[in-house]
Design a protein around this ligand. Structure first.
Ligand SMILES: C[S@@+](CC[C@H](N)C(=O)[O-])C[C@H]1O[C@@H](n2cnc3c(N)ncnc32)[C@H](O)[C@@H]1O
Length: 244
């Protein structure tokens, strides 16, 4: 174990606990899991069903397509993990949209409980009664919260102390400075007639830093005008002629 005395604890409430850890069991997140930097419990919501059939859903009141997860079952599942560290979050397309600042906030918590919906989602009353925050992974509709939970956990775990070594430090990555990241190149210096930029072979660290910053600005401006506008507003970036 590293800096933390207690592992950062992820609790996932799902109808499909068997899909975890999935991709979280390999590479950075998987090694951190093995080293005890974080801990993962994927718990079966169906274990809290009240009837012998294990029913967790019911048709929507008022009619309409699909099924809705029952409030009594979801409430019992949430009650069973009420003593777990960190906020309780329902993964939902209606939620606050995940970005790197939300990921950083979550990494600063002692842990996180993620409720994965299926079908049409969860009965509204249990979300109200338990004051559950909602988090979306983007303006798309997934068939269940499990892939979204993995996405959130992957992004959070890599920011936990001791997960990334200095060499892999996230400081330069996309979004950390408000910009998308500069392009990367590796050996061979020339491949299929395409040469890597000379500056990267120059050994001149200040020029390389400046080149990377210029590239990050160029790419952000071209691809993400929303990020670019925020960046220009927040930094002392000198506008070029075409931005005036
Ligand atoms: C088919 S979706 C339900 C969609 C819901 N009827 C709607 O239109 O908003 C089933 C579950 O997948 C998860 N899900 C779907 N899209 C998501 C997203 N963009 N972010 C987070 N979770 C999502 C949620 O847990 C949701 O309850």
């Amino acid at each position: 174990m590293t800096a933390q005395s207690q592992p950062w604890t992820a609790t996932v409430l799902t109808l499909f606990p068997e899909v975890f850890p999935g991709p979280l069991g390999v590479s950075l997140a998987g090694k951190a899991l093995e080293r005890g930097i974080w801990h993962l419990d994927a718990l079966d919501i169906r274990a809290h069903a009240y009837d012998k059939h294990g029913s967790v859903d019911s048709p929507p009141l008022g009619g309409g397509a699909g099924m809705v997860m029952r409030p009594d079952v979801v409430d019992a599942a949430l009650a069973s993990v009420a003593d777990r560290p960190g906020p309780v979050v329902y993964l939902s397309p209606r939620g606050r949209v995940l970005d790197q600042s939300v990921v950083r906030e979550l990494a600063g918590e002692p842990g996180l409980t993620l409720l994965c919906g299926r079908y049409e989602g969860v009965d509204e009353r249990v979300l109200e009664a338990r004051n559950v925050a909602e988090l979306s992974v983007g303006d798309v509709v997934l068939s269940g919260g499990e892939v979204a939970a993995m996405l959130v956990l992957d992004a959070v775990v890599r920011l936990l102390p001791g997960v990334m070594g200095n060499a892999e430090s996230g400081a330069d990555e996309s979004f950390e400075s408000g910009l998308l990241e500069h392009p990367h190149y590796t050996r061979p210096a020339e491949w299929q007639g395409r040469r890597a930029p000379n500056v990267l072979l120059s050994g001149h660290h200040a020029r390389i830093r400046q080149w990377r910053r210029d590239q990050a600005e160029r790419i952000t401006k071209a691809r993400r005008p929303d990020l670019w506008a925020r960046y220009v507003g927040q930094t002392d970036h000198e506008p070029e002629d075409d931005e005036r």
